[in-house]
Design a binder for this molecule. Structure first.
Ligand code: SF4
Length: 229
């Protein structure tokens, strides 16, 4: 069966993916159904760079909780994602950071740049509109623009990636790229990437807010006529 962990109803520590021994999973459980793939993929972490990157990500993960000690432990999250990002970039020994940002977050990009440079990183940043390529180049017509009938430049995530690739950035940070543009950036970027903020035009770039309120104030998300398929 195809994996579908999002539908798993096995309680907490009884889950096959959480228990040290004797865990269980539903019929679509990838842990119990695909031990061969688990073994094969785990070998990837033997690649020195990848393994070390993964190890440091896990070290950083744990360090985002305060007052840890031998269990039982009630989690005390203590670090913002921004702090997590700065610390992680330092941990992996990054010196040159790429920043791919949305022009709509230009001010925030400047603030982020100041923070990163204040911590000793070199920052290379590229806005989404860099290149000034008209939207017509990718087949957008006037009616499909934001401001219909005007000149608009396209978001150019492949250019963002290419310019950061040429700088041999050690880690790229995405700041507010649109859905789809982010996907292209991630496909074409050479360095590993992390997302500081995902674009959300109505929630202050907090896309989870729509999910958290979908059973109350944002019920229209469940409406068949809302969009999607
Ligand atoms: S890996 Fe298995 S046990 Fe874990 S969440 Fe997915 S389905 Fe549930």
């Amino acid at each position: 069966m195809k994996p579908h962990c999002a539908k798993c109803k096995i309680p907490g520590k009884e889950k096959a993916c959480l228990a040290e021994t004797g865990g269980r999973g539903p019929e679509f459980c990838p842990t119990t159904n695909h031990p061969d793939i688990v073994t094969k993929v785990t070998e990837t972490y033997q690649i020195p760079d990848i393994g070390e990157f993964a190890r440091l990500a896990s070290v950083q993960e744990a360090e985002c909780y305060a007052n840890r000690g031998p269990g039982p432990y009630v989690m005390q999250p203590s670090k913002s994602r921004l702090q997590e990002t700065v610390e992680f970039a330092g941990k992996i020994g990054a010196q040159k950071l790429g920043m791919a940002f949305c022009i709509g977050l230009h001010k925030e990009a400047g603030m982020l740049s100041d923070v990163l440079e204040g911590h000793g990183f070199e920052v290379i940043s590229v806005a989404c509109k860099a290149g000034a390529v008209p939207k017509e180049e990718i087949g957008i017509n006037d009616a499909e623009k934001i401001r219909i009938g005007t000149f608009e430049t396209m978001c150019n995530p492949i250019l963002q990636a290419e310019l950061l690739n040429r700088e041999d950035t050690h880690l790229n940070i995405l700041l507010g790229l649109c859905v789809g543009h982010d996907a292209l950036f991630l496909k074409y970027a050479k360095a590993l990437c992390t997302v500081l903020a995902a674009k959300d035009r109505v929630t202050g770039h907090n896309p989870m807010a729509a999910l958290y309120t979908m059973h109350t104030y944002y019920q229209k998300l469940k409406d068949e006529d809302f969009g999607g398929r």
